[in-house]
Design a protein around this ligand. Structure first.
Ligand SMILES: Cc1cc2nc3c(=O)[nH]c(=O)nc-3n(C[C@H](O)[C@H](O)[C@H](O)COP(=O)(O)O)c2cc1C
Ligand code: SF4
Length: 397
């Protein structure tokens, strides 16, 4: 087993807190964005948007007040890597935010912390206080005249949809957490209608590492389109669940080998909203250009009933849909009902086809990523586990 395949966060542990910010402080905005873009880093929260492009857009946006928001909502079922990063390496996350402030011209950073992570608030506040004492936050940071930036923590209220960046911003503003229409995008019209960068916890930690170690170091692993290392939350039917660091581009089979999941019949890559990869496709690579993920890997052993899995995820989405748009609000309960009919042996072939059509419509017509991705697991299970599903369709229907 190579060093990078041990459970835990070995690369973050090897970093020197403060070094990334010290390296950034002497450079101009264009130079920092150039370094980040050269690293090829894409957002680690799921959507995989290039960080250099996002920061450049926000830096170019007009406005005296701008914000850097750290998305620590981490509500995707099967994801728990950001919690570990915040527990063990908060300095790197705060440093990434501070570098963001320097780069886009923001004076305030906000950590939107998942309600269930309330117990992390006090230790995180203590780290922020130490950073203020060390002049890594506050006025004239590290002696750089005019560079003022501070960070505050705001708690979420327990809704999965508030991880979606525009719903998160609504929630930060004290409104009901409902996604906004896009465009305009947050880099232009975000928190309090000001230009705002929203990035995942892990993304921000990697930015601090890139400034410390350089773009060539970061892109020395991964694939051409998916550079660098990625942190994964691994759970389910495997011998060694936990948080792992792997290079992007790793095959599903190699990952399973490392975590002791060789007996798996399927792996859900990307959490409840991701894709269910069957054993016949374990050669596929985990990367933005193939099977993409914000980091959740759920392993399913050979005794699992795939319909139970589909029902479990659809139940979650039915509960968490914000209800703003019809495809998601009505589509998720219809899919869940359909899975129940299949379980009871009462779903005809024709109705199953209609359910698949409904899922595809939801992917296209839902307003935000929740409804666009909620049918993924159902559709991939129907596609890849035909024998198991067709065995539940009554003969002659
Ligand atoms: C329903 C839903 C939930 C999301 N939850 C999270 C989350 O908990 N954490 C996160 O970083 N991104 C989440 N995202 C993605 C964010 O909208 C956004 O793309 C991300 O925070 C941007 O950061 P990144 O570019 O660094 O990945 C979610 C998206 C959707 C549609
Ligand atoms: S897709 Fe779902 S969560 Fe997103 S806006 Fe529509 S109803 Fe709300």
């Amino acid at each position: 087993m190579s060093k990078q395949q041990q459970p835990g966060l070995p690369t973050f542990a090897a970093m020197t807190p403060g070094a990334g910010l010290k390296a950034a402080i002497g450079r101009n905005r264009a130079d920092i964005i150039g370094e980040i873009s050269a690293s090829g880093i894409k957002g680690r929260g799921g959507a995989g948007f290039p960080v250099g492009v996002k920061w450049n857009l926000c830096a170019a946006a007009r406005g005296d007040l701008k914000y850097v928001v750290c998305n620590a909502d981490e509500g995707e079922p099967g994801t728990f890597k950001d919690r570990l990063i915040l527990m063990e390496h908060p300095d790197l996350v705060f440093e990434g935010m501070t570098i963001g402030g320097l780069t886009v011209g923001a004076r305030e950073g906000i950590v939107y912390l998942r309600a269930e992570y309330m117990y992390l608030r006090r230790p995180l506040e203590a780290v922020l206080a130490k950073r203020r004492e060390a002049k890594l936050l506050g006025q004239d940071i590290l002696g750089k005249s005019g560079f003022t930036f501070d960070i505050r923590i705001q708690m979420g209220a327990g809704a999965y949809v508030c991880g979606e960046e525009t719903a998160l911003i609504e929630s930060l503003e004290g409104h009901r957490g409902e996604p906004r229409n896009r465009p305009p995008f947050p880099v232009d019209t975000g928190y309090l209608d000001r230009p705002t960068v929203v990035n995942n916890v892990e993304t921000l930690a990697w930015v601090a590492c890139i400034l410390q170690k350089g773009a060539p170091w970061f892109k020395s692993v991964g694939t051409e389109k998916s550079t660098g290392l990625k942190i994964f939350s691994v759970s389910g039917d495997c011998d060694r669940p936990g948080v792992y660091e792997f290079p992007l581009g790793i095959t599903v089979a190699k990952l399973l080998d490392t975590v002791g999941g060789q007996d798996a019949k399927a792996v859900q890559v990307g959490g409840a909203s991701g894709y269910c990869v069957p054993k016949s496709e374990f050669h596929r690579v985990i990367a933005y250009e193939d099977v993409s993920t914000g980091g959740a890997i759920i392993v399913f052993g050979r005794d699992r009933d795939m319909l139970d899995i589909a029902a479990n995820f659809l139940d979650f989405f039915t509960e968490e849909s914000c209800g703003q748009c019809t495809p998601c609000r009505d589509g998720n309960p219809r899919l869940l009902e359909g899975v129940e009919l299949l379980r009871e042996g009462r779903c005809s072939m024709r109705y199953l086809n209609e359910l698949c059509g409904l899922g595809e419509t939801m992917q296209l017509a839902s307003k935000c990523g929740l409804g666009q991705s909620s049918p993924n697991a159902f559709l991939s299970i129907v596609k890849h586990f035909k024998d198991e599903i067709m065995g539940r369709v009554p003969a002659g229907h």
